[in-house]
Design a protein around this ligand. Structure first.
Ligand code: AMP
Ligand code: ZN
Length: 472
């Protein structure tokens, strides 16, 4: 498989350190608010990558952190503590906030068919490990104490800006967002490993350390959690593109200083989901969540499908209109698969199966080209293969795509049959009248008709996917 590596700026053959096994690390969410659908774009694309690596027969071990301490509003270690901000906003404790939004994150992931990583580590459970690695960095001369905090000394490295593609603006990260620069740093790029002189007097979570009571910086969390669970040689590290600098740059600096050798071979960065007004961001307050999509009647898997239509290395613009277009094509796709689920299964045609499978794998082998992988589904449908071959292929593809294609197609097929056979004509007629009333924006009449339908023992629901009629 060819994968674009942000370290080399090239597509490279993906070769894990140990044949047949992959160690994969993902930066997890900062749990002070719901994940927005931009964050979830990153997790969807990482999920497709993990599933495809497994699909090709590799044994993947994936680890993710939960950032429940240490992440300040500026990635340059200044500004407010994000967790504390969340706790104040909701008049709760930091741990209550962390628990609530960690659960909410995994609920959203489940709705999007994102697999939970094999190991998930909340940063607050690894404090001893952070202290151990920071102590070693102090002993090795890579870290210093200033003004009560412990900093990583970037001047000790031959090369700090390993990704090498940052604009002046990126490098100003420490002094962005209207916060003062930290006068304790010896070099502008130095970053905090351990905070003791917190300007937050009301800092809730604090631990004892050789340098005084305090808490860890955000970057050290990922290095330690990764090294402890995946060893000294990491194959693949993932995150959104905004994490490349300074977060991943700092992870590399401290991990390699600690280990004394190269740490991670491949860096996979997902580009941003933007709104028509720019980047989506939790700190901006108003943002789009999976719950909001559901409230508006969208199936969360339509959002996953929407993400798969674009390459992960291109930024993607979200608008309701774009999502509506995805709903239409997704429904058409399901409608095309539906009749296949009703046909009698025959023998799988091996030659056709291999040919069509090849279309799918070559798309993903070329730097995870998910939109071409979706085209491979259409190629299957258009092909002359029999229903059994087509269904077998689509079921296999869906192990990676994660769109519940067969299940939805079966539902669609049985709904069609159900409508015709089981639902009384009188109910179907009322449903049609109700559709017309809604179209005319006569909601009072639509409600009245819904009550009449209910009196006949049926419930009618309008979703973006169409009208659903269910027995009460
Ligand atoms: P956070 O919860 O802020 O730590 O971010 C969680 C993940 O979402 C990180 O990998 C970020 O790089 C990623 N991310 C943040 N904003 C976006 C966005 N607008 N589009 C895609 N990924 C994002
Ligand atoms: Zn990280």
């Amino acid at each position: 498989m060819l994968l674009y590596n942000s370290l080399s700026h090239k597509k490279e053959e993906f070769i894990p350190n140990e044949a047949g096994r992959v160690s994969m690390y993902t930066c997890g969410p900062t749990v002070y608010h719901f994940a927005h659908i931009g964050n979830l774009r990153s997790y969807i694309m990482e999920d497709v990558l993990e599933k495809y690596l497994r699909f090709t027969g590799l044994d993947v071990k994936r680890v993710m952190n939960i950032t429940d301490v240490g992440h300040l509003t500026s990635d340059g270690d200044t500004g407010d503590d994000k967790m504390l901000k969340g706790a104040k906003r909701e008049h709760k404790t930091v741990m209550e906030i962390a628990k609530f939004y960690t659960d909410a994150f995994f609920t959203d992931c489940a709705k999007l068919n994102i697999k939970t990583p094999d190991v998930v580590v909340p940063a607050t459970t690894y404090i001893d490990e952070f202290i151990r690695v920071i102590s070693s960095l102090m002993d090795k001369g890579y870290a210093y104490e200033a003004g009560g905090n412990i900093y990583f000394d970037t001047s000790k490295l031959d090369k700090y800006y390993v990704f090498g593609d940052f604009s002046e603006e990126d490098l100003e990260v420490g002094v962005r967002e209207g916060v003062e620069a930290d006068g304790n740093k010896k070099n502008k790029a130095d970053f905090v490993l351990w905070f003791t002189k917190s300007k937050f007097d009301d800092q809730e979570l604090k631990w004892d350390s050789p340098w005084g009571v305090g808490y860890p910086g955000w970057h050290i969390e990922c290095s330690c959690i990764s090294m402890k669970n995946l060893g000294e040689y990491l194959d693949l590290h993932c995150g959104g593109i905004d994490n490349a600098f300074p977060h991943h740059t700092n992870e590399i600096a401290q991990s390699e200083a600690y280990l004394g050798h190269k740490w991670c071979n491949y860096w996979f960065h997902v580009h941003h989901l933007n709104t028509t007004n720019g980047k989506m961001s939790k700190s901006k307050g108003e943002f789009l969540t999976v719950s909001l999509l559901e409230e508006k009647g969208y199936d969360p898997l339509v959002y996953r499908y929407f993400c798969l239509l674009s390459h992960y290395r291109k930024s993607l613009v979200f608008s309701w209109e774009n999502l509506d277009n995805a709903v239409v094509t997704f429904n058409k796709l399901i409608a095309k698969i539906a009749p296949l689920t009703q046909e009698k299964s025959g023998e799988i045609d091996k030659a056709e199966y291999d040919r069509l499978m090849n279309g799918f794998t070559s798309a993903l082998d070329n730097d995870l080209n998910t939109s071409l992988a979706l085209t491979a589904v259409y190629d299957v449908l258009k092909s002359g293969a029999n229903a059994a071959t087509k269904l077998a292929l689509i079921a296999e593809f869906d192990k990676v795509l994660g769109l519940n294609l067969i299940k939805k197609a079966e539902e669609k097929a049985s709904q069609g049959a159900g409508n015709a056979a089981d639902i009384p004509a009188e109910v179907l007629e009322l449903v049609e009248q109700r559709k017309a009333a809604r179209k005319d924006k006569n909601f009072a009449l639509a409600d009245e008709l819904r009550d009449k339908i209910a009196a006949l023992g049926y419930e009618v629901k309008e979703t973006r996917q169409g009208t659903e009629i269910n027995k009460l």
